[in-house]
Each structure stands twice: as structure tokens, then as C-alpha cells.
Design a binder for this molecule. Structure first.
Ligand code: NAP
Length: 277
């Protein structure tokens, strides 16, 4: 039995679907076990009371959501779980981004705790998810303009299906044990270029309009009551540091999966319905 946290999220859904399709027993943690609409055969479990009965492997996929993962790891260890796949972040390798409360620090602490407690671990370090575009849904319902910080911020967005496919390999095979692959999409794209690709796929004249970082910070704080200010500050510093530089493209997805990483346009094509009213 594989216990997956964050199972209903952007990454969790394709991950549990792939594991179920391969005939694996999956228990999906969620705050709403009654209404989670899980794939056939996947067992829902209340995330406030994780059931480790029969669990041999755990996916920790909630570092970016509020709350500590300490109790989860303690319970997994007490239950005799040996294999843990951590969904960490590309930014953990960046010392300058690792101030207290930052995403880098949170994911670093998680990696350290998992490696110390479990004999079989893999830390997946994805960069920006292509699915972050879903944050633009409300703006794109209102019109054709996406407003945000740093039009020129350049990342290589990764399709969550690629992260899920690597996670499946880390769970079912042994070749990724003790590794921490940095996972990116195949191309560097500025935020403005991402909006333009989305517009081309949706056949809409979308454009990105840059707003000052301070205004973007206020908007993020008002939309995410639980996010620490330092996490937003470090994200904005990180994005500012990517402007005018080529994005890191690692090629790790292709090395591990033996096929090219999926493109941003492929992500957009697969998610057209999410942007239709
Ligand atoms: N987004 C990125 O660019 C990025 C980059 C690098 C690493 N990561 C890592 O990837 C992980 C997975 O990302 P994701 O986009 O798949 O996650 P997500 O969809 O935002 O969230 C995953 C699940 O967490 C639960 N959740 C959401 N908000 C919550 C809240 N306020 N309190 C408690 N639970 C909440 C929800 O499950 P239920 O409603 O079913 O309980 C949700 O389905 C992140 O946690 C982060 O550690 C993300």
C-alpha cells in the first residue's frame, strides 16, 4: 500500500491515477475523504488521521501547504514504513533563497528529516509547475490580461504529469534511491511568454501586464491567509533573480523517463477546459 499526501492536488491527482492504473494499492490523504472524486480502487483517508496499516511507501507532497510534516513522518516511522518519496523543490539548491520561512528552507528541512528517518528515500526537486497557470483563472475569467510581477522572470515550467511519472519510478523501482533529481520542463520561458502560449492554445489575445513587486506581494498575501510573508518575499526575490537569465533546464526528466519532457503548450492543451467558463 502506498500512502499519498496532497493526493487531490495538481501533482497528487496524476500520481494516484498512474499508480492505480498500474494496479498498485493506493491510500489518498485528503481533508475531504467523502468528496474527493478519486480514481476507482483508490482508498480515501482523512488527512487529520492518516492510516498507516499495511503501508510500505509514503509520498510527502504537502510541504507547500500549511502545517508541519513532523507528525506524519513520526507516524510513518513508527509504522515501519521504509520508503519515502519527498516532493521537494528546485530552489533548495539555492543558498541565497533559503532564509527562514522560505520555500527553500521548508523543503530543505523536509529532505533532511526524511533522509535521517527512512532507509529508502528519493527527493524530487521540481521547478515551477506549469499548473501554476491555474492561479490566473480568475483574471482570465474577467478578461484577457494577467497582472503579476516580473514579466521577464524566466523559468522552465514542468508538466505535473512528468513529476508524477518520475515519482512512480521512485516508488516502484530502486534506481532513484538516495537521489535528489532536479526536474524541469524542456524550455525556459518568461512569464509573458507563458501567457502568450496559453493565449495561442485558448485562441484568445492574452497578454501579461507587469505590476510592481510590492503590489504583487499584497495580492498574494490577501489570497493566501496562511502563507508566511517571508515565503512570498523569497519567491519574489527568486523571480527577480531569474529576469534576463536563461532558465535552468536539467534534462533529468528525459534521462529518467527515456522520453522528452512535456512542453508548456502540451500542458495548456491538456488543461483548456480549466480556463473555459
Ligand atoms: N507549485 C510549484 O511551482 C511547486 C514547485 C516546487 C515544488 N512544489 C511542491 O509540490 C507540492 C505539491 O504541489 P501541488 O501544486 O500539487 O499542491 P496543491 O495542489 O496546491 O495542494 C495539494 C493538496 O494540499 C491540500 N491543501 C491545499 N491547500 C491547503 C490548505 N490551505 N491547508 C491544508 N491542505 C491544503 C489539498 O488537498 P485536500 O483539499 O484534498 O485536503 C490539495 O489538493 C507542494 O506542496 C510543494 O511542496 C510546488
Amino acid at each position: 500500500m502506498i500512502l499519498v499526501t496532497g493526493a487531490t492536488g495538481n501533482l497528487g491527482r496524476p500520481l494516484i491515477a498512474e499508480l492505480a492504473a498500474r494496479g498498485r494499492k493506493v491510500r489518498a490523504l485528503t481533508r475531504t475523504p467523502g468528496g474527493a472524486r478519486l480514481p476507482a480502487g483508490v482508498e480515501p483517508c482523512d488527512s487529520t488521521a492518516p492510516d498507516f496499516d499495511g503501508v510500505t511507501a509514503l509520498v510527502v507532497n504537502i510541504a507547500g501547504t500549511p502545517g508541519s510534516t513532523d507528525a506524519l513522518l513520526d507516524a510513518a516511522k513508527a509504522a515501519g514504513v521504509r520508503r519515502v518519496v519527498t516532493v521537494s523543490a528546485l530552489v533548495v539548491a539555492d543558498d541565497e533563497a533559503a532564509g527562514e520561512g522560505s520555500s527553500a528552507a521548508i523543503h530543505r528541512n523536509l529532505e533532511t528529516a526524511v533522509a535521517a528517518a527512512f532507509p529508502q528515500w528519493t527527493h524530487l526537486r521540481p521547478g515551477a509547475f506549469a499548473a501554476n497557470a491555474l492561479q490566473w483563472k480568475a483574471q482570465l475569467t474577467a478578461g484577457d490580461v494577467v497582472r503579476g510581477p516580473y514579466a521577464g522572470a524566466c523559468t522552465a515550467p514542468i508538466h505535473e504529469a512528468d513529476i508524477a511519472a518520475v515519482a512512480v519510478q521512485a516508488l516502484l523501482g530502486d534506481e532513484l534511491l538516495g537521489q535528489a533529481p532536479s526536474l524541469t520542463g524542456p524550455h525556459g520561458l518568461t512569464t509573458a511568454e507563458q501567457v502568450a502560449i496559453l493565449g495561442a492554445v485558448l485562441a484568445r489575445p492574452l497578454r501579461f501586464e507587469e505590476i510592481p513587486a510590492a503590489a504583487a506581494k499584497q495580492a498574494m498575501l490577501s489570497h493566501n491567509s496562511w502563507v508566511q510573508e517571508e515565503a512570498i518575499d523569497s519567491l519574489l526575490r527568486y523571480l527577480a533573480g531569474t529576469v534576463g537569465k536563461p532558465a535552468l533546464v536539467t534534462g533529468e526528466v528525459e534521462r529518467i523517463l527515456g522520453r522528452p519532457a512535456l512542453t508548456y503548450a502540451q500542458w495548456a492543451e491538456a488543461n483548456v477546459s480549466a480556463f473555459q467558463n
